[in-house]
Design a protein around this ligand. Structure first.
Ligand SMILES: [Ca+2]
Ligand SMILES: [Ca+2]
Length: 225
């Protein structure tokens, strides 16, 4: 095998050519790598495009790159600089992420915050009301990772964007028609019934229930039987 290094002189190459060697770039070899203290380095060859991978022994962490690539093109040699293996100090021991999970890094740590929290140490609770999610006069209540809208009369839904239909739970009886209003509903009685919920039999024809009609200010029809 022909091995050349940066120390290979032009005279050496002439000799190689005279001996019949093919001096292609692929024949250009560079220096072998040394393992860092408390670590190791592995690579398949020292030819260009080869990749060296560094690792550290248990209890140590890499301080620097984890891999380097061999290049025969200027700048020739292994890319970057060799990393070191430094003693692993668990920064999470002295750092509380608060509402989050700590990950130990080299001379550092990072916090993955629980939903609803933010900040380097996850100590800031996010204000979900800051985006003003409640409409139609609804009042926003900030909670953990969520908000709650207290809607004004006549509105419903997560954002108070929907018109409330109070007839969904109406108590109108005897085929009465439920009329939805901003604050409630009233019952439009079928012929022969009256009462708040049209629950009482009457000899008169169509009625709006007396109490509800008064409450919403519409004309009142007789409630006499
Ligand atoms: Ca560490
Ligand atoms: Ca919140």
């Amino acid at each position: 095998m022909l091995i050349m290094t940066d120390a290979t002189t032009t005279l050496d190459k002439i000799v190689y050519l005279l001996l019949g060697y093919d001096l292609q770039e692929s024949d250009y070899y560079i220096e072998a790598l040394s393992a860092p203290n408390n670590g190791a380095v592995s690579y398949t060859s020292t030819i260009q495009d080869s990749v060296a991978t560094y690792s550290c022994l248990a209890g140590f962490q890499i301080d620097g790159v984890t891999s380097r690539t061999c290049s025969a093109v200027t700048p020739k040699g292994w890319s970057g600089v060799a990393p070191s293996c430094i003693a692993d100090i668990d920064e999470c021991n002295n750092t509380i992420c608060g509402q989050g999970v700590c990950t130990d890094l080299v001379n550092d740590f990072s916090c993955a915050c629980n939903p609803g929290y933010m900040g380097t140490d996850c100590s800031t609770e996010i204000d979900e009301c800051s985006s003003l999610p409640c409409v139609n006069g609804g009042t926003c209540v900030d909670l953990v990772n969520q908000f709650k809208c207290n809607c004004t009369a006549g509105y419903t839904g997560i954002h108070c964007a929907d018109d409330a239909n109070h007839c969904d739970s109406n108590r109108c009886q005897n085929n009465a028609i439920c009329e939805n209003t901003a604050n409630g509903y009233f019952c439009l009685c079928a012929e022969g019934y009256f009462g708040k919920y049209c629950q009482t039999r009457s000899k008169h024809t169509a009625f709006v229930s007396t109490e509800m009609a008064i409450a919403i200010g519409i004309g009142v029809v007789s409630s006499r039987i």
